[in-house]
Design a protein around this ligand. Sequence first.
Ligand code: SF4
Length: 354
Amino acid sequence: MSQTLEDIIARAEREHRLGKAEVAALLSCEGEPVQRLFDAADRVRRAFMGDDVHLRGIIEFSNYCERACHYCGLRRPNAGLPRYRLDVDEIVAIAGAAVPLGYRTVVLQSGEDAYYTQDLMATLIARLKGELGVAVTLSVGERSFEEYRCWKEAGADRYLLKHETADPRLYATLHPDMKYSDRRRCLDHLRELGYQVGSGCMIGLPGQTAVTLADDLLFLKELDVEMAGIGPFIPNPNTPLSKAECGAVEMTLKVIAIARLLMPQVHLPATTALGSIDCKGRQKALNAGANVVMPNITPNKYRRMYEIYPNKICLDDDPAHCRNCIGGIIQSLDRTVADGAGHSPKIPFSHLAG
Ligand code: SF4
């Protein structure tokens, strides 16, 4: 069996293609082949993406959400969560303070909050591009084609919309007020509009199997994403999944490693969620194919309220401290902090504005 796994790993490293059964076999492997999988992913990462690690500063600008996803603490029915919204001036000021720390990308993240209208978001994006020249990634959920188009024209570069799971039945059980087909349509719209598209999934969702996860990976490859966010499911006590088990570190790392083998040029974050369940989680991910870190640059007074999952790391650290800490982690792995915007290497320079 280990010879067979070795063959699969070698072919994935060479050809960057695998069938579903092969992906599922890698996801199920244990013991010594696991390290070989991580090593192969690390080689592919170095060959295609170099030793640079890209920093993306996340601004969690609103924790209001109209949805009721079963795994998420921001869900509308969670009445015990104090809610907040930041205005445009405040968000621009936060991003402005991050630029001298070396951030060249800001990620605007929120629940699905209609308070931020098409025009308000367009104003915000235009100010971030015009005043700071940073790359702008949006992560604000499902919106109309027209809104996505307007924000792209305002200067947005990238959009993160995780598909969460490529199993439509599992998707339906987790998202009582959402449709898998809507998710897919939004991702198609983002692709059509020329965004650098990010999607991704959670590892360890109740009801998930190795075959489901293989579908997730093949879905990401088929969509040809520029970014893939892969992190563990962490149960939140204020959600219907409060009693579910946490996703496993090793399985999360395996999914990241296979993503790197299948998509050599994808940007892959070492997620904060992984760092929250394993104090070395981000380092392990950076050694298993990841090349991005997304530190939180939201002011401390809001961070505790953005509680998608509990026990998130770095809640009391200010952005300058986080930047130093992350820089130290990256250096300790003999890697370098990237100094450019970190656009996808798949996108020709002529298509990029900032
Ligand atoms: S996962 Fe996103 S859409 Fe779902 S409840 Fe949480 S913030 Fe809202």
